[in-house]
Design a protein around this ligand. Structure first.
Ligand SMILES: *[C@@H]1O[C@H](CO)[C@@H](O)[C@H](O)[C@H]1NC(C)=O
Ligand SMILES: *[C@@H]1O[C@H](CO)[C@@H](O)[C@H](O)[C@H]1NC(C)=O
Ligand SMILES: *[C@@H]1O[C@H](CO)[C@@H](O)[C@H](O)[C@H]1NC(C)=O
Ligand SMILES: *[C@@H]1O[C@H](CO)[C@@H](O)[C@H](O)[C@H]1NC(C)=O
Ligand SMILES: *[C@@H]1O[C@H](CO)[C@@H](O)[C@H](O)[C@H]1NC(C)=O
Ligand SMILES: *[C@@H]1O[C@H](CO)[C@@H](O)[C@H](O)[C@H]1NC(C)=O
Ligand SMILES: *[C@@H]1O[C@H](CO)[C@@H](O)[C@H](O)[C@H]1NC(C)=O
Ligand SMILES: *[C@@H]1O[C@H](CO)[C@@H](O)[C@H](O)[C@H]1NC(C)=O
Ligand SMILES: [Ca+2]
Length: 422
């Protein structure tokens, strides 16, 4: 025992001596003069986890910036770092990220060369998101329910055969928690009433979780999100208001979900990322990988720009399940992104779902945004039927359930069409 105390004492003394000496002799590899400039824009900086302390020391010593940890439980509509001298820090398992204002030239040509900095990326606009969590029950009974919705009728069968029924595992989605990262939700809508809870509002100037666009509400509707059926719980994270979101809001939302996942007893979590960037984003890709590394399934829509899905994020991230859109005749929708980054096809044309004008409102939408929830639901059905798997195994499992070579002109490496567990 004595030896242990000696060791502890030894290291305490070393720390007390070494740390002050270290900071006194701190060498500024960049200076405030270099960092302050006429124009400032917000950048995300991703650091090697071990470099974080030194780096923040450097920021506060050399650049006189205030370093603030981001508290995911602090749900606020205000940007906490209004002051350009403040940096907002997110600690993940595999890296540390922060946001701050810098001059573009400094950020992209100096800061990115500092030791321990993995990448620097300008915060940009993103276009729409959401996410979900699930259940532990195992059950192999099937429920057969009437449906007039072709998309539900279609995904319970391999061949294109419409029988007017949607057949799915009975306990589907029990105890499901859904983190919806999107434009918010019409909480009072009959489709969700009593099953919705505000997770957090992470965009600037957003109206406390109300859905001002209708996207989130449509995407969260249980008629498409077969996983939630009657019994699941939603948590919503609004990261995009009427006027869009940005990388900072997405990081806050993802940080929130990862923390909620870590603190939850139920580790069956699925995130549907209903947003896309215009161009590929290394920073967003790192955040998505952090989710799957933590065991959270990520389902991403391929995007609606009739282009290669590998060009946008999160669709391009290998550990995400990327979903392209097909129509009633199993043809690739003409707007759907395609290419080698697509993992699977699901219905995404003329999808009826909840809308926001009143609590019974519904509307038809087209989009890979509408396809992705079908896959989210299927992952949840899979979990409640067979149990959870690590994300990469889940992706394989969903693909092994899928019907092969049925999509016309998929223009993808694969032509897999979604099928629910049966
Ligand atoms: C600080 O930088 C100067 C000039 O680049 C260098 O000569 C010196 O050795 C550095 N000191 C430390 C402690 O790294
Ligand atoms: C389902 O459809 C069948 C035949 O159309 C009908 O007889 C039955 O009442 C319907 N069930 C429900 C619950 O709507
Ligand atoms: C899933 O994410 C994609 C973007 O990656 C989005 O377009 C779609 O709306 C999302 N769907 C749901 C149900 O969140
Ligand atoms: C996206 O990339 C294209 C070129 O590939 C570039 O012209 C455009 O400015 C980029 N857009 C953004 C928002 O970075
Ligand atoms: C895509 O298909 C829709 C109907 O299915 C059609 O109205 C539209 O013109 C098509 N767009 C393109 C670019 O082919
Ligand atoms: C098929 O995908 C490739 C890139 O993966 C693209 O260059 C080509 O234009 C696509 N063709 C069609 C018909 O969409
Ligand atoms: C919505 O439908 C329910 C019954 O399904 C009805 O009681 C209610 O009045 C309707 N509300 C609106 C706003 O139409
Ligand atoms: C997941 O897949 C890997 C690689 O195929 C395999 O070694 C591992 O046993 C799988 N894990 C589970 C839980 O299925
Ligand atoms: Ca059917």
């Amino acid at each position: 025992m004595l030896n242990i105390y000696k060791v502890i004492l030894f290291f305490t003394i070393i720390c007390l001596i070494v740390i002050p000496i270290y900071s006194e002799n701190f060498n500024c590899s960049i200076t405030k003069a270099e960092a302050t400039s006429t124009t400032t824009e917000k950048f995300i900086v991703i650091l090697d986890k071990n470099a974080a302390n030194n780096h923040f020391n450097m920021l506060s010593t050399c650049l006189e910036k205030k370093v603030n940890n981001f508290d995911p439980s602090a749900i606020s509509q205000e940007e906490p770092n209004k002051d350009e001298n403040e940096v907002l820090v997110f600690y993940f398992d595999s890296f540390t990220a922060y946001f701050s204002d810098f001059d573009s030239d400094f950020a992209m040509n100096k800061l990115n060369k500092v030791e321990g900095v993995q990448l620097v990326e300008k915060s940009y606009k993103i276009y729409l998101t959401r996410s979900i969590t699930t259940a532990t029950l195992k059950n192999n009974k099937l429920t057969k329910s009437n449906t007039s919705l072709y998309n539900l009728d279609r995904i319970d069968t391999g061949k294109r055969k419409y029988d007017g029924f949607y057949t799915y595992p009975t306990n589907a989605g029990r105890a499901v928690n859904a983190y919806v990262m999107d434009t918010g939700i019409r909480m009072t809508h009959h489709e969700f009433k009593g099953r919705i809870k505000l997770g957090g509002v992470f965009c600037n100037g957003c109206a406390n979780g109300d859905d001002e666009l209708g996207h989130g509400t449509h995407v969260a509707d249980c008629r498409n999100n077969i996983w939630c059926c009657k019994i699941s719980k939603h948590h919503q994270c609004e990261i995009m208001g009427k006027y869009g979101g940005d990388l900072l809001a997405a990081t806050k939302g993802i940080n929130y979900v990862i923390n909620a996942h870590k603190n939850a007893k139920n580790k069956n979590s699925i995130i549907n990322m209903s947003f896309s960037t215009l161009n590929y984003s290394d920073a967003l890709a790192a955040l998505v990988k952090e989710c799957t590394d933590n065991g959270i399934h990520v389902v991403a829509s391929a995007g609606n720009d009739h282009k290669d899905a590998c060009l946008v994020t999160p669709a391009s991230v290998p550990s995400a399940i990327t979903v392209a859109a097909s129509d009633k005749l199993d043809k690739r929708a003409n707007f759907s992104n395609y290419g080698p980054c697509v993992d699977i096809y699901a219905p995404g044309v003329k999808i009826l779902s909840a809308f926001t004008s009143n609590d019974n409102d519904s509307v038809f939408f087209d989009g890979t945004s509408m396809s992705a929830p079908h896959v989210v639901g299927t992952v949840a059905l899979y979990i409640s039927t067979y149990g959870n798997l690590p994300p990469s195994n889940m992706s394989d499992a969903i693909i092994s359930l899928a019907t092969k070579n049925i999509i016309k002109n998929p223009n993808s490496t694969v032509s897999y069409f979604l099928r629910v567990p049966h």
